[in-house]
Design a protein around this ligand. Structure first.
Ligand code: PLP
Length: 450
């Protein structure tokens, strides 16, 4: 069945016929889900000594109310955005889908340890086992599910490298919905296989900025040759959703409910490290674009620090070309270029910052998750910036030692962890790398470095 190309309709400003006939696969299948698949998401907000600053209305600058977000998100996700409950139950339909690839493996990187000459014990948590090849489906499935429960049949979104667009396209396919994606122009041109992946799942993919939205047309008028940015693509996807009463918008990172859904990663790590006989992770490295794989991996461990006195260090690894945590200001800013989103308290390079067209398209974001930003401000997390050449060199070394080719985004965490294990780690220290995705669809980017 061909999904409706609703962007054409939103460009006219009319209502979109965004429905797919037939039964909707929302009910659990009733299959057994292994007990190792988490039953609840973990929420760091419950354990923070100081609450995360609220999101503000872009017009009034007052804290947002649920009704402000209702045109964009289903009520269940709006509640998750503000909840301070420590645990939120994962719906059984979502757990059944998670069981297709969860728990993801935590692997001891023996060969990498030998190559590095380190006495540290290095592990990597590998999210590339999901059907699309990254951590993004952990929240895509949850977000699509809650929208479907509310009767929303069409989701719009942005994507950088395409991992998120592919994940939401897959989730929409599994739950009988349509998905329309604005992909940052730089990645749309350089990574055609991701677009093909989205289309295989039934998603519709446009390069951003596009002439399908007012925001896109304004950006093209300003700079017809722009390579685009996640901030621009968000503006387009938000505008398309707001103009279609049958559609909602879905964000692949940054927001609190995305951090919540990704917490399955870190919760599994806690169990898997204990099974491996480790008392705690000493240092955990995760790459940081909007902060979701990093938050998902580290928040459960930071929560354990706060509750039980463990001493895990969490290190955010961002690209030197887009250094929001290490160079940005901590202030309220929009999540997008056009200023359509709420104001978020975060580390930002400014919402009009256009990052250079680096290969790690998923890290080209001007801002950062408010929860990650807050954790850094509270001293619960550290941040480093990694140069692209160092990241690819580390990705190649990792691939030659462990066999896996990390996603370009993930190589930032790999590089920082390898440098640490090589030079600073003490004997027996436990180092965990967040390997957020695989790079098999990013080999063109690697080929410049081999
Ligand atoms: C494999 C991979 N890792 C990391 C990221 C960065 O996003 P986040 O910081 O939300 O995890 C992306 C974004 O597309 C990605 O595809």
């Amino acid at each position: 069945m061909q999904p409706v190309a609703a962007a054409d309709i939103t460009a006219e400003g009319g209502a979109a016929p965004s429905t797919i006939p037939g039964p909707r696969p929302l009910e659990p299948l009733g299959v057994e889900v292994p007990s190792t698949v988490p039953t609840h998401w973990y929420n760091l907000a419950a354990d923070l000594p100081v609450p995360v600053p609220p999101h503000l209305h872009p017009g009034t600058h007052e804290p947002l109310g649920p009704e402000d977000l209702a045109p964009l998100f289903p009520m269940a996700l709006i509640q998750q955005e503000v909840t301070t409950e420590r645990y939120v139950e994962i719906p059984q339909t979502v757990r059944e889908i998670y069981a297709m690839w969860r728990p993801s493996p935590l692997v001891r990187a023996h060969r990498l340890e030998r190559a590095l000459g380190t006495r540290a014990r290095v592990y990597y948590k590998y999210e590339g086992v999901s059907p699309v090849g990254s951590h993004k489906p952990n929240t895509a499935v949850a977000q699509a599910y809650y929208n479907a429960v509310e009767g929303v049949m069409r989701l719009t979104t942005e994507t950088g490298a395409g991992q998120w667009g592919a994940s939401l396209s897959m989730a929409c396919a599994l739950l009988g919905m349509t998905c329309e994606v604005w992909q940052v122009r730089a990645s749309y041109d350089s990574k055609p296989y991701r677009r093909m992946q989205m289309e295989t799942y039934g998603g519709i993919c446009h390069p951003s900025p596009s002439d399908l939205t007012e925001a896109g047309r304004a950006m093209l008028a300003k700079d017809p040759d722009t390579t685009g940015s996640l901030g621009m693509a968000i503006s387009e996807a938000v505008e398309a959703a707001v103009k279609d009463p049958g559609a909602h918008y879905s964000l692949g990172s940054v927001l609190n409910h995305v951090m919540l859904h990704q917490s399955v990663i870190g919760q599994e790590v806690l169990v898997q490290l204990a099974e491996a006989g480790e008392r705690q992770a000493d240092v955990v490295f995760g790459c940081a674009g909007g902060g979701s794989n990093l938050g998902g991996l580290t928040f459960p461990l930071i929560g354990q620090n706060l509750r039980e006195g463990t001493t895990t260090r969490a290190v955010a690894c961002e690209p030197a070309a887009c250094p929001s945590l290490t160079q940005g200001e901590y202030r309220y800013d929009h999540g997008d270029v056009a200023g359509l989103t709420p104001l978020l308290k975060m580390h930002t390079l400014g919402n009009d910052f256009v990052p250079p067209a680096i290969h790690a398209g998923g890290l080209r974001y001007h801002g950062m998750s408010p929860m990650v930003s807050h954790a850094v401000e509270l001293g619960l997390m550290e941040a480093v910036a990694v140069e692209q050449d160092d990241a690819f060199a580390a990705g190649i070394e990792f691939a030659r030692a462990e066999g896996l080719i990390p996603a370009p985004e993930s190589t930032h965490a790999v590089a920082a962890a390898m440098a640490y294990a090589r030079t600073s780690a003490s004997d027996g220290e436990v180092v965990v790398i967040g390997l957020s995705g695989n790079g098999v669809l990013d080999l063109a980017a690697y080929s410049a470095y081999v």
